[in-house]
Design a protein around this ligand. Structure first.
Ligand code: GLN
Ligand code: ZN
Length: 758
């Protein structure tokens, strides 16, 4: 018989119950006990959802983040929270977000750094290390939850992050080598495993996704060292890898002295056969056969076609699971009432994915006939999707086939066209602008909501949004900004707004996925060939331009960012979907140009996020991603100025690709790096204009003009002054007008001083 299990379940709840409880607790509207009750309820429900599995994960539930949980389990708390009082949960939230509930506001500390969990959109709290970091076991949470799961009749399989991945994910705060901590870390892991054995645990899932990354010899050696140290027969260890191929680490992974290995057969299908061959005969092999990161139904028959021979070889040694934790997909498709039924029939969320797993294991254990109906249903859905006219649009295909190298090539090189633009725009030196959005007030959000609910007619809605645009233009003129924007009041989200207007996109009602802490995102579902039935932004931008003599910057989201923040198709390469998006955005760019919009910004906030885990795959990704941007942006005349915006601060390793985008102006986040990140641009002799962000929009602090001026002076040491713009780090939608106005006043004042002095 095959064993079924799951690597983790979404914790936020089908209705985002956890989010609402967390936020209520932080506002002191509910007690810690109430929050704990919500947590226990969710765990109970989620184990019930998984009850047909042979083993349920325990320890995957978290009040904020599983890496931070591990930090607490290992007693690796940053010193700054050690004497802040309160409960353990208070300390936990202090590390997570700087403070716990409202009454403990007095004990605010610096929040832990947050970063992306491998190549997903989940963010974890980075473990902090020092040369003399000491670890100390605190397994209460895990042990309590094991007891809880047992009391509810489940067979618990604790989930922990493995020692090497834990170190890999962290950062030394004192420049020491964090790998040297392995020696003091391992005894604590041993202690934990002993304790789990005492509690009758048979299997522990030890997550080591670091194995799918580029590892140098020291890190590879750390794996052997660690697992030789932890070698134990009770409990048995299942080392899990996911999100990618093991490649040169495959043999290492197979040979670790543990009882089992989990391989992500969705992202590394071609490694299954090798692992089946390599894996020593006493080891179990868990295969991730259902995609834990996407929302498509599995083609069950096709899966069984390759899985049956594997089962024949491995017999009872075979385990089945989703490819990775289901954290990255929404909870339950059954909640969706408004999705188009045809599209809905192609989808599977976490609960449906576990059903699929069940069907697969039954088919292996008892033959395909035992699940004839389920297989037929799956085949029907697969066939319907493969042949649906809504997915396949011949005219889109034809346009993709027509793409030739001249696509995406500006008419003239930058030095020539920038002169043409200058003559037309007549901007001063150090031109001032913003990144696009202005405060999304309660009023605006209310207006959009009412319109969605049908409580507001389209005409009334348009009138109100126009009012907002007018206000935004008036304020910008009063401030004396040089290039204005319309303010984005009509947009709920920079991706959803475009997805809603493109053919080939669908939207869920409850398809929430945790991004970090209580923050969830609801990625739109890119299901079919993409086309643009009509202009998406032109009316708003044209209206805004009609209100001012100053140049107005049209605002679009770029194809790569739309792609990276969506659930995307698995029936064609990402590249293909991205090119389709590029053609659609490109049409919008040309419509804006034809409407007399002289400056167009195309945001690529998520370009960097899409980088593959392995450096050797970067060129391929950057190749098509940058092509897509160029196709979207570069069909314009010389006199039309293209801007792009990116809100992160690492450019060193992708500067060549950034330069290939050939945007006339790039605005970036720099204020927190003291302009040092411009070194990457200087070193590369990046030729085009740059707007280094001069203040951090995430902070409520209001910069004074002297701060801004001195930052710009630092910028001017690196980039010729005539190529510099002055702008904030990012959009202003999360701020209040009371904060935005004085901040921008300082910015404009600083630009005027610069013009006079530099
Ligand atoms: N134009 C967008 C805004 O200003 C850009 C947001 C972003 O880069 N994340 O809100
Ligand atoms: Zn930004």
């Amino acid at each position: 018989m095959v064993t079924t299990h799951s690597l983790g379940f979404p914790r936020i709840g089908a209705r985002r119950e956890l989010k609402f409880a967390q936020e209520a607790f932080w506002k002191s509207q509910i007690s810690e006990e109430d929050l704990q009750i919500t947590g226990a309820d969710l765990r109970r429900r989620h184990w019930q959802n998984q009850q047909h599995l042979d083993r349920v994960p325990v320890g995957d539930f978290s009040f904020y983040d599983q890496v931070l949980d591990m930090t607490f389990t290992l007693g690796n708390l940053p010193e700054r929270v050690s004497d802040t009082g309160g409960s353990e949960l208070d300390r936990y939230f202090r590390v997570a977000r700087g403070r716990s509930g409202q009454e403990s506001a007095c004990c605010g500390v610096q929040a832990g750094e947050m970063t992306k969990w491998f190549d997903t959109n989940y963010h974890y709290i980075v473990p902090e290390f020092q040369q003399h970091t000491c670890f100390q076991l605190n397994a209460n949470r895990l042990i309590e939850q094991i007891t809880e799961a047992r009391a509810q009749g489940h067979s618990p399989k604790p989930v922990i992050i493995g020692p090497v991945t834990y170190l890999w994910l962290g950062k030394a705060k004192d420049e020491s080598d964090r790998l040297l901590l392995l020696e003091s870390l391992l005894p604590v892991y041993s202690q934990l495993l002993d304790l789990l054995a005492d509690h009758g645990i048979e299997w522990v899932q030890v997550d080591e996704p670091a194995l799918v990354n580029d590892l140098d010899a020291d890190w590879r050696h750390a794996f052997s060292l660690a697992y030789h140290h932890l070698k134990t027969s009770a409990p048995k260890l299942l080392v899990t890898t996911y999100f990618g191929e093991l490649r040169e680490n495959l043999q290492l992974a197979c040979e670790l002295p543990v009882a089992g290995l989990h391989l992500d057969a969705i992202s590394a299908p071609q490694e299954v056969a090798r692992v089946v061959d390599w894996l020593p005969a006493h080891k179990q092999l868990s295969l991730g056969v259902v995609n834990g990161r996407n929302i498509w139904r599995t083609d069950l028959e096709k899966t069984l076609d390759w899985l049956e021979p594997v089962y024949e070889k491995l017999g009872d040694r075979l385990w089945l699971a989703p490819s990775c934790s289901l954290l990255h997909v929404p909870v339950d498709l059954a909640s969706e009432e408004t999705l188009d039924p045809e599209i809905r029939s192609w989808l599977a969320f976490a609960i449906q994915k576990l059903d699929e797993l069940n069907t697969l294991s039954t088919a292996l254990n008892h033959g395909r006939t035992a699940v004839r109906e389920q297989l037929a249903e799956s085949a029907f859905a697969v066939n319907s999707r493969e042949t649906s006219e809504r997915v396949h649009d011949a005219s889109v295909r034809a346009r993709i086939a027509d793409i030739s190298p001249v696509f995406g090539q500006r008419q003239s090189p930058y030095p020539d066209r920038i002169n043409t633009q200058q003559q037309k725009l007549g901007l001063p030196r150090f031109p001032t602008t913003t990144i696009g959005s202005f405060p999304q007030t309660r009023d605006i959000r209310q207006t959009r909501l009412q319109f969605r609910k049908g409580e507001l007619t389209e005409a009334d809605y348009n009138a109100r949004i126009r009012e907002e645009v007018r206000r935004c233009i008036t304020e910008q003129e009063a401030l004396g900004l040089d290039v204005l924007v319309h303010g984005e009041a009509e947009r709920n989200d920079m991706v959803e707004y475009f997805g809603e207007q493109l053919d080939g996109y669908a939207f869920s009602q409850f398809g929430w996925v945790q991004s970090y802490g209580s923050r969830c995102v609801k990625p739109p579902i890119l299901f079919g060939d993409i086309s643009r039935p009509k202009a998406m932004t032109v009316e708003w931008i044209r209206y805004a331009q009609s209100l001012t003599e100053k140049p107005l910057k049209g605002m679009l989201t770029g194809p790569v960012t739309i792609l990276n923040w969506s659930f995307v198709r698995d029936d064609q390469p990402r590249r293909e979907s991205c090119l389709q998006l590029a053609l659609a955005i490109g049409e919008e760019v040309l419509d804006l140009e034809a409407a007399g919009v002289g400056i167009i910004q195309i945001d690529e906030a998520a370009l960097r996020e899409g980088l593959p885990l392995r450096q050797s795959d970067w060129n391929n990704y950057l190749g098509w991603a940058i092509d897509a941007f160029r196709i979207a942006a570069n069909g314009v005349r010389d006199e039309t100025q293209i801007h792009t915006h990116m809100c992160y601060s690492e450019f060193n390793d992708i500067i060549e690709a950034i330069a290939r985008m050939d945007a006339d102006v790039i605005t970036i986040e720099t204020s927190r790096s003291d302009m040092e990140l411009l070194d990457a641009f200087r070193g590369f002799q990046y030729p085009n204009d740059i707007g280094p962000g001069v203040y951090d929009i995430h902070s409520p602090n209001i910069p004074d003009s002297e701060q801004i001026r001195s930052l710009m002076m630092k910028a001017a040491e690196r980039i010729p002054a005539e190529r510099l713009w002055v702008n904030p780090d990012c959009g202003l939608k999360t701020r209040q007008w009371e904060e935005v106005l004085p901040a921008l006043r300082s910015m404009v004042a600083a630009a005027r001083q610069l013009r006079a002095s530099v």
